[in-house]
Design a protein around this ligand. Sequence first.
Ligand SMILES: [Fe+2]
Ligand SMILES: [Fe+2]
Length: 306
Amino acid sequence: MTSDAALLAELEPTAARLLDRHLATSKEWFPHDLVPWSRGEDFEADYEWSADDVTLSPEIRSALFVNLLTEDNLPYYFRTIEAMFGRDSAWGVWARRWTAEEGRHSIVIRDYLTVTRAIDPVHLERARMAQVECGEVPEPGSVHDGFAYVALQELATRIAHHNTGKLLEDKAGYEVMKKVASDENRHHLFYRDLVTAALEVDPSGMVCALERQVRTFEMPGTGILDFEVHAKAIAKAGIYDFGIHHDQILVPVVLRHWGVESLEGLTPEAEVARAAMVKRIGRIGKAGRRLAGRREPAVERSLAAV
Ligand SMILES: [Fe+2]
Ligand SMILES: [Fe+2]
């Protein structure tokens, strides 16, 4: 496997090009423009929030809760990303820009939720404190693994935000989630195309990393209070589940876009990893189809269990 330092050096011009593309396709936006401030109210400090304040299903509340706490925590991924990419050149510029954009996502979602009172603000703040204090950030074992994980995770996050927005049945809420989802899409495109370039530099190392990341992939959310319960609800509402993971990420990106099945010249170890990954993707698709008709509790299990 190409070393981390060699892979980063080789791909620095690609990162610079993708960063330029990202900046050219990003339009400046402001969280305050999207928040329906006129719906806000003043409350006494001891006012107790009630679920009856806003009509919203528990599943959608779960999705908003997890999506926001994930965004709250993302800027802390900077620790891992900077350590992995370094602070110089296009890599450093990208890591800092990404961190700033992720911070904006939690600002806009929180302001929307505070004004609309869709979620208990006290519970939410306690959960944020607990989440950030536990300092859970992914620690991929190599740069290859890091690329693979974020490429999958950004797309998963985009899908979860967009699907949550659609279910809100509130124009303002939909626009908030759509705006955040469009940023996630640009993040995904940066990493997706980085993986494409890495597959050219070191196909075998990258295929092994993809296999590991597909096998162990979980939505970012470890450390969130009652994460398992919320993940179950999110799957039940069809916001994110095995079927979506298979049909909207694994097949179109891993199999089709990266074309892992047709890569040539792999080492024997990478051949084994590729076969295992393709088989696993098939199994995840099967599980998705099986669960589509009867969303059942097993759905929140780690994908590793499939
Ligand atoms: Fe985000
Ligand atoms: Fe993102």
